[in-house]
Write a protein that binds this ligand. Structure first.
Ligand SMILES: Nc1ncnc2c1ncn2[C@@H]1O[C@H](COP(=O)(O)OP(=O)(O)OP(=O)(O)O)[C@@H](O)[C@H]1O
Ligand SMILES: [Mg+2]
Length: 258
């Protein structure tokens, strides 16, 4: 009975989110996000005691949505829900195919999306273990990932690109340190690193969106790393930071002991 009430409350909340979506496009997005798989996943997180309420939408992206959710003590978490549509599948399939951790799962669209949530979860855990500041992963379930919420009651932390930094040089150094730790200790290249996938929280950068991060032995890892380096250098050069030369930085990140 309690469970039935919880499920009804959840449906109610989702209906309300849908009604609050202003445009037809936004409503369509909500309907796509809260498909049957997703409702079942959320329901499982609820009955397992990880999640009590959905608080508010944080972001609506092309491949997924992020919500602020709370447990029964009111503690906030971020819930990232990947859409199980064709478009998402086509974009991510190539990252899964080249990853030895996911050999043999290509094929079924849902399986690939579920593997993607699992992949982001595992990448986050590796990065936490390596000492890179990322949201701590809490749990993955089907096409969704629950993780530490970066922000406070007033809202999520801003993206790096929306912050005026007191000391951009120091933030650049921290990000370079994280790229090196990711490579050396976690064996990962982010592969979509830019001012759009870094939050700024308590005066420090927090790296997010690590679903596409690949192991360093992935065939394209060097190209991905060079692209990350160029993005970060471009951004901080724009803030008048005296950035490291591309190849020098590549060495600093990849060389064993420095
Ligand atoms: N753990 C978190 N805590 C707070 N906010 C978060 C968290 N994770 C993600 N966000 C917010 O949600 C947005 C989208 O997250 P993310 O980049 O991981 O997803 P995405 O699928 O790449 O979406 P997009 O296409 O918008 O980049 C982020 O830009 C950030 O504002
Ligand atoms: Mg992103």
């Amino acid at each position: 009975m309690v469970q039935k009430d919880a499920f009804e409350a959840l449906e109610h909340k989702i209906m309300a989110l849908r009604e609050n979506s202003r445009t037809g496009d936004e409503r369509k997005t909500m309907d796509e996000v809260f498909d049957r798989d997703t409702l079942l996943g959320i329901y499982k997180l609820m009955t397992d005691g990880y999640l009590d309420t959905i608080q508010y939408p944080v972001s609506t992206g092309k491949e997924g949505n992020v919500f602020a959710v709370a447990d029964d003590e009111g503690k906030l978490f971020a819930l990232k829900i990947y859409r199980t549509s064709n478009a998402s599948f086509n974009r991510i399939a190539k990252y899964i195919e080249g990853d030895k951790r996911f050999r043999g799962i290509a094929g079924s669209r849902r399986k690939v999306i579920f593997a993607w949530a699992n992949k982001e979860f595992r990448n986050l855990q590796r990065l936490v273990d390596a000492g890179v500041r990322v949201p701590s992963p809490i749990r993955y379930q089907r096409n969704m990932l629950m993780m530490e919420y970066i922000g406070n009651k007033r809202g999520p932390a801003p993206l790096l690109r929306n912050v005026v930094l007191d000391d951009p040089g120091k933030v650049y150094e921290t990000i370079v340190k994280y790229m090196r730790l990711a490579y050396q200790e976690a064996g990962l290249v982010h592969a979509d690193l830019s001012e759009y996938n870094i939050l700024y929280y308590r005066k420090r950068p927090v790296i997010i969106d690590v679903g596409q991060a690949v192991l360093v032995d992935h065939v394209n890892s060097k190209d991905f790393l060079l692209r990350d380096i160029e993005n970060i250098n471009r951004y901080f050069r724009g803030l008048e930071v005296d950035v490291m030369d591309r190849d020098e930085l590549l060495l600093a990140i990849t060389e064993a002991s420095r």
